[in-house]
Design a protein around this ligand. Structure first.
Ligand code: NAD
Ligand code: WQD
Length: 346
């Protein structure tokens, strides 16, 4: 029997490239569609180097119907891992149309083509941001998802709705080959592949904590601003559920195993179930890299919440998945990537 083919949208990006490695290593055939708007083809060359296997790369935009038509008419795709999207919260506030156009319309074109070719299994990269600002710090999947505070988060909630509606339509019509949808709500992915060959390569000044800290550690940035020191948390700084990117993508492999037995649409949190504060992350970086991390506590960042972490119990029960790596692993792997590739893939 030939290997199942998986279409990975956004496969040249940070999380997508790590997913390609794990997919190839367990024997799937991988087709990547990426417009390289936030990535470089070198990441895919590195994926092939790590795995010793070839993947098929199509440089195209998921909003390009003709390009998708070519892919679906050429390849018998088993399922789609849908990572392609724009993801910068601040940028989404400044350019909402661009975010809705790319993330929402892009998904509409993708799912329309999937429907046309009868490819009805999709695993979507959603985000804990869809929960907005609930009254609890430990998030379960049954919390409402209508509180996102920025266009990026709202685009994720909208896509979740579209995918749910597709599954519902097939249920109502008793379709013989119904949509199977898994929404994976990521917490804070960090870290890099153990080889140090692939990792996160943000454009310009990083928005997120860990890429920022690692650029301070490697000497590219002067000083970290810690956004807020007066939150009601263990040390006053923000607490988040950091998850190793390899653990995260392994969750997708488990989801692929489970998807055929899913009825309709299911959402799962992918997180460690434990939070760390900004100061705890800084202290792990200092200890593991041996570098000093220059930081200053400044005003809170608008839109930030004090603390959140996942209840990952549902993913354990239904996908048989849980994280395996701890904060030290995440920092050590980030550092291996950052220190051996100080300029990313450039
Ligand atoms: P990334 O920017 O590194 O990867 C996204 C990839 O999609 C890039 O290679 C980009 O070129 C590509 N892309 C974007 N729009 C496209 C389009 N219209 N057509 C084709 N390709 C397109 O981001 P990432 O961190 O790897 O995130 C992957 C997914 O996970 C995104 O959907 C993101 O919203 C989601 N997510 C990420 C995080 C995080 O903190 N990194 C957290 C929650 C959810
Ligand atoms: C983590 C903590 C900051 C930078 C974002 C998106 C979310 C998801 C993941 C995609 C917070 C503090 C940060 C800095 C700091 N992405 N911080 N100085 O905000 O939890 O989540 O990325 O879906 O949607 O909102 O992640 O890494 O930006 O911040 O003190 O320079 O670090 O205040 O407490 P966040 P983050």
């Amino acid at each position: 029997m030939s290997a199942e083919k998986i279409l990975v949208t956004g496969g040249a990006g940070y999380i997508g490239s790590h997913a390609c490695v794990e997919l190839l290593q367990v024997g799937y055939d991988v087709i990547v569609v990426d417009n390289l708007s936030n990535s470089k083809p070198e990441s895919l060359a590195r994926v092939e180097k790590i795995t010793g296997k070839a993947l098929h790369f199509v440089e195209a935009d998921i909003r390009d119907k003709q390009a998708l038509n070519d892919i679906f008419s050429t390849h018998d795709i088993y399922a789609v891992l849908h990572f392609a999207g724009l993801k910068a919260v601040g940028e989404s506030c400044a350019q909402p149309i661009r975010y809705y156009e790319n993330n929402v319309y892009g998904t509409l074109v993708l799912t329309e083509m999937m429907q046309q070719y009868g490819v009805k299994r999709i695993i979507f990269s959603s985000s804990a941001t869809v929960y907005g600002e609930p009254d609890t710090v430990k998030y379960t999947e049954d919390l409402p998802v209508y509180g996102a505070t920025n266009p990026y988060g709202k685009s994720k909630a909208m896509v979740e709705d579209i995918l749910k509606d597709l599954a519902t339509a097939d249920k109502l019509s008793n379709a013989s080959d119904p949509w199977k949808v898994i929404l994976l709500r990521y917490f804070n992915p960090i870290g890099a592949h153990l080889s140090g060959l692939i990792g996160e390569d943000p454009n310009g000044i990083p928005n997120n904590l860990v890429p920022y800290v690692s650029q301070v550690a490697v000497g590219k940035l002067e000083q970290l601003s810690v956004f807020g020191g007066d939150y009601p948390t263990i040390d006053g700084t923000g607490v988040r559920d950091y998850i190793h990117v390899v653990d995260l993508v392994k969750g997708h492999l488990n989801a692929l195993q489970a998807i055929q037995n899913i009825s309709g649409c299911k959402a799962y949190n992918l997180g460690a179930g434990k939070g760390y504060s900004v100061l705890e992350v800084i202290s792990a970086f200092k200890r593991i890299t041996g570098k000093s991390i220059n930081y200053k506590i400044v005003e809170r960042r608008a839109g930030d919440i004090a603390e959140n972490y996942a209840d990952p119990g549902l993913a354990l029960r239904e996908l048989n998945w849980q994280t395996e790596k701890n904060l030290d692993d995440m920092v050590a792997d980030t550092w291996r990537w950052q220190s051996t590739n100080p300029n990313g893939y450039a």
